[in-house]
Design a protein around this ligand. Sequence first.
Ligand code: MN
Length: 228
Amino acid sequence: MDFVVPPPTQPSLPVAGTTARFPVRRIWCVGRNYAEHAREFGHDPDREPPFFFSKPADALLTDGQGLPYPPQTGNLHFEAELVVALGTGGHNISQEAALGHIWGYAAGNDFTRRDLQAVAKELGRPWDLAKGFDFSAACGALSPAAAVGHLARGRIALSVDGVQRQEADLSDMIWSVDEIISALSASVTLKPGDLIYTGTPAGVGAVERGQTVRVDIDGLSSLVTPIT
Ligand code: MN
């Protein structure tokens, strides 16, 4: 193929314990999927179903990679999340079939320019620049579902410089992973290489240059992100 500019490189994630890589196609994210987190932003989790947004695939930041403090914000927030990686895709995937499409799981961090998001919410504008900035999609090494099974419960926690800031159980999710895949696939065709960030528990907060953020999920590789 004779491209007129250099073709973009394929974003990818390491697979835990191997030299293999998982190619990433799209990054989907769920909003407000833990009741306590919905409440901390003044929403009623019983009345508001979760919704979806996305980040560019090349916003991926892998374990140990520094996150350069992004421009145009004074309020960079962490959000610990379970990330689901799809090995097969489809449209209108049933809840019963959903888990069969999962290749693996990882610990993720949905970094957010919270001040830009607040302005976007107030003005009814898109969240893209609040959520989809460079290096905003931190994700640890993937563990294959074939090895670790499917994660319906287990501790998810986040610390900043060793001080715990978020802690919950995956079973606290309002929408379970199979429900998320089914709902999202009713709206778009999912494909191999898609990642889904499944929402964050309560306790989100700001990080500063020089701090290090760590996400731990039972059974998965941890995700460490120094803010540079
Ligand atoms: Mn999030």
